[in-house]
Design a protein around this ligand. Structure first.
Ligand code: SF4
Ligand code: SF4
Length: 221
């Protein structure tokens, strides 16, 4: 899931300087799980903005904010509320915010959140970064644990000389990714694979902006 953090409220207020009325849009997926785009978060934002004299013309939690066409269709029911607002304040990730830029080409659109990373929710409201979307997954060679992301140095053939009793030299709060990889591959009987040298990654696959189109399969003749 995409992890988002709410901006400081004062930063949002500063962003809305000169804006008298806003429409609030949330997202029922990642931003709701993060508590940054849920119905409760929207209600709290509405109350906060109204307390400083802003008019909130309406609120809506989109099913999937980054789905441009789906959100456009959903928002038809809120057309009057959106039209009445000077701006849309989007409480989702940056992708959801830019969906609104695409849908409402002449309307001001502002982000209420900072988008942080692709994360795993490992316990309630606790998110860990496990994958940094490098575009070429190699974790079949590392016991299913990603050294690109979970080793602060991104070492592909570790550990480095600083590994310390299972922890990382960068911080005693971080487990050494390569100690974890070793322990897991020992458990799964794949230790022999650790003798293979993983070649340098092709980081051109991580360059932005990316486009991915799923092509229709040709019908078999
Ligand atoms: S190697 Fe790591 S960063 Fe790359 S796709 Fe796999 S899990 Fe994600
Ligand atoms: S101690 Fe382990 S996790 Fe830390 S930088 Fe070295 S190999 Fe990576």
């Amino acid at each position: 899931m995409i992890v988002s953090k709410a901006k400081e409220r004062q930063d949002v207020i500063n962003m809305l300087e000169g804006v008298k009325s806003v429409f609030l849009l949330g997202c029922s997926e990642c931003a709701t799980l993060c508590g940054t785009g849920s119905p409760e978060a929207l209600a709290e934002m509405k109350e906060s903005l109204e307390s400083i004299g802003k008019k909130v013309t309406g609120t809506f939690v989109a099913k999937t904010g980054c789905q441009v066409l789906g959100t456009k269709v959903e928002l038809k029911a809120n057309k009057e509320e959106v039209d009445a607002a000077d701006a849309i304040l989007v409480m989702s990730c940056g992708a959801g915010t830019q969906s609104m830029v695409e849908v409402f080409k002449d309307k001001k659109v502002y982000p209420a959140n900072d988008t942080a990373f692709l994360g795993n929710m490992t316990r309630f409201q606790h998110f860990d970064e496990r994958c940094s979307m490098c575009g070429e997954c190699i974790i079949d060679k590392t016991g299913g644990i990603c050294p690109v992301t979970t080793c602060p140095k991104g070492i592909l053939n570790g550990p480095c000389g600083g590994t310390n009793n299972g922890f990382c030299e960068v911080s005693p709060d971080i487990e050494c990714a390569w100690a974890k990889i070793y322990a897991r591959m020992e458990r799964t009987g794949e230790l022999e694979k650790m003798r293979q040298i993983i070649p340098p990654k092709d980081y051109s696959k991580k360059l932005s902006p990316k486009v991915f189109v799923i092509e229709k399969k040709k019908e078999e003749k």
